[in-house]
Design a protein around this ligand. Sequence first.
Ligand SMILES: [Mg+2]
Length: 169
Amino acid sequence: MFQCFQPNLYVDSVLDLTPECLQKYEIKSLLLDVDCTLKKYRSQKITPEILSWIETMKENKIGLCLLSNGRCERIRCFAEQVQLPFVAPALKPLPFGCHTAIKTMNFNKKSTAIVGDQVFSDLLAGKFAGLFTILVTPLQPEEEPWFARIKRPLEQIVLRRKGLKKNLL
Ligand SMILES: [Mg+2]
């Protein structure tokens, strides 16, 4: 049963995902969660490290699309700052947002990964859509609203039950 909660990769941060690492897994495009993955929940600020990471991905021709459950206007504001296309609200864990992003962006499903911090939205959406899944440690989850925070203890149980260790080539 817990198999569906097993990500293909589990890393500390998107910053661990280098072009070389993605190449090893034959990943050419990423569907990126926003809150607690690329930025803290309550902040609209983007750190220079994340900006530089996005630039590196673009330079290496890694396709990027934001995929967030956040409201359209809020995510649009972030998307404009980082100059990336977006799908929001994506209604994860349903897979339809993944399908929309892949189709709109003309990504190849086989070489697309979903990257996010939530087991019960990002990871499951990726599994339902049949994508490579990458789980990251959330950025300051204590800032999240109650409906996101209540899932965290359950996530910890699932991850501990799996004995999941961070892994990266
Ligand atoms: Mg998130």
